[in-house]
Design a protein around this ligand. Structure first.
Ligand code: C2O
Ligand code: CU
Length: 479
């Protein structure tokens, strides 16, 4: 039906009672009706064509997060278009079925623009997805619910507040109002059956430790997918970390509560592990004695909800209905392990410089290539994060990877690492973003095979969006 026309627009809506909140949104039209931040849905293997018209007073560009596209279609910061500009996208969606997303990647404006709303879902269908939907009688928008979790600050008028201090620009901007699909105090009515929740962390900097709780009891939920589609088998857990950029596809049986009861999707308390260390940029703290730096940093944020605080994300309000007990399929899909014999090992060292975080000692320069990778090569990236610093969700463009191993995990991560080689449930399947905690080395295998003509330059960066804009990003070129 011709290319999808997407326009970036400024629009307000009443998100808080009695107040209008201005946002930046993607708008499309279908049959004369306007849709804002539409969920795009496409079949694996199909061709995707779209035009982006920038109706904003600032530059922008769209990145299709998780998709394997030629570099020119990827929304590299160098592709950023000015006000009134247009960018045409045309590529084959070769990824497997799964929960991907699209968001702004405007050069040095990603954080502020994504925060103001420029982000939504890009769902890919395939046979595995259809088989699952059929087996569990899932219906998108009814019992299969895409849910983007974001935290924001608002001023008294209801306007989004985004004013990172130098320190907040360094650590990441946190909100104190948590939104599920742009809704504060979100409530979803459910009946005693199984729901699929496609959880996306669309926050700038906040990490969530997600659990479903009734009272204070964590209930079981079943992870069926991660960033790049379904995992091999359903895995039942009671909690999982979800870092900015990551997705977690879960099944939840609302029949674990009685009609009239409430269940909360909650972010549990955790140790944020923010630690600038003695060499950090904040002078004059020598006399703080035994006060944990983590707490110190939290108290310096303008958010009243520090990283690692506990809060609710979504209320599931259980209504009367037929009890449906789903029989989970024993296998969901097949994941072929990347063959790593003879693979080149690459060191990726995260570090902290002058008030900013670095990758292999570098800060981002648009026309600097950090390294070349051979087309078709399999590489193992050993991403290491020093003990001093903070957790970083590292994201690669253009390719998906498999997490091989997590080494040196802090106790709160090691406690849930029951999937071999120190891996947690979030590490299974195909990934494009992986959280690397202080003191950890995460080893990932990447297959750089592609059939795009010529050299392709992509970015690899931290998905803490303040870090990304602050230069925690490199270009790599696939030759
Ligand atoms: Cu979702 Cu380069 O990012
Ligand atoms: Cu980071």
């Amino acid at each position: 039906a011709g290319p999808l026309k997407i326009r970036t627009v400024a629009a307000s809506f009443p998100l808080l009672p009695g107040r209008e909140s201005p946002f930046l949104l993607y708008q499309t039209e279908q049959a004369g009706k306007a849709y804002q931040n539409p969920i795009l849905r496409i079949e694996s293997g199909a061709r995707f064509t779209a035009s982006l018209d920038n109706a904003l007073a600032e530059p922008t560009i769209i990145h299709w997060h998780g998709l394997h596209t030629p570099a020119a279609m990827d929304g590299h910061p160098a592709s950023t278009i000015g006000p009134g500009g247009r960018y045409e996208y045309d590529f084959k969606v070769s990824n497997r079925g799964g929960t991907y997303w699209y968001h702004t990647h405007a050069h040095e404006l990603t954080a502020e623009q994504a925060y103001h709303g420029l982000a939504s879902f890009f769902l890919v269908d395939d046979d595995d997805q259809r088989r699952l939907a059929k087996a569990l009688d899932l219906q998108l928008g009814v019992t299969d619910l895409p849910l983007v979790i974001q935290d924001k600050q608002f001023d008294a008028q209801g306007k989004l507040l985004y004013k990172p201090s130098a320190h907040e620009a360094m650590m990441g901007w946190l909100g104190d109002i948590v939104l599920a699909n742009l809704t504060p105090n979100a409530v979803q009515a459910v009946t005693p059956r199984t729901y699929r929740l496609r959880l996306l962390n669309g926050s700038n900097a906040r990490i969530y430790r997600l659990a479903f709780v009734k009272g204070s009891t964590p209930l079981d939920f079943t992870v069926i997918g991660t960033d790049g589609g379904l995992i091999e088998r359903p895995e039942t857990v009671t909690e999982a970390f979800l870092a900015p950029g990551e997705r977690l596809d879960v099944l939840f049986d609302a029949g674990q509560a009685q009609p009239g009861e409430d269940i909360f999707l909650r972010s549990l308390a955790f140790d944020a592990m923010e630690n600038e260390g003695p060499a950090g940029g904040s002078g004059g703290m020598g006399g703080m004695g035994g006060m944990g730096m983590g707490r110190m940093m939290a108290s310096m944020s303008s958010s009243r909800l520090p990283l690692g605080a506990e809060f609710n994300v979504l209320k599931l309000s259980v209504k009367a209905g037929d009890r449906v007990v789903a029989k989970l399929p024993a296998t969901l899909s097949q994941i072929k392990p990347i063959r790593t014999e003879g693979a080149a090992q690459r060191k990726i060292e995260l570090s902290m410089g002058q008030m900013r975080f670095l990758i292999n000692g570098r800060t981002y320069h648009m026309d600097e290539i950090a390294f070349d990778v051979k087309r078709g090569a399999v590489e193992i990236w050993n991403i290491s994060n020093p003990t001093m610093g903070m957790p970083h969700p590292m994201h690669i463009h253009g390719f998906s990877f498999q997490v091989l191993e997590r080494i040196g995990s802090p106790p709160q991560v090691a406690a849930t690492a029951r999937f071999g080689q120190g891996r947690t449930v979030s590490d299974l399947g195909w990934k494009d973003t992986v959280l690397v905690w202080p003191g950890e080395t995460v080893r990932v295998a990447i297959d750089f095979a592609h059939d795009f003509p010529g050299d392709q330059t992509y970015v690899f960066h931290c998905h803490n969006l303040e870090h990304e804009d602050g230069g925690m990003m490199i270009n790599f070129r696939v030759k």
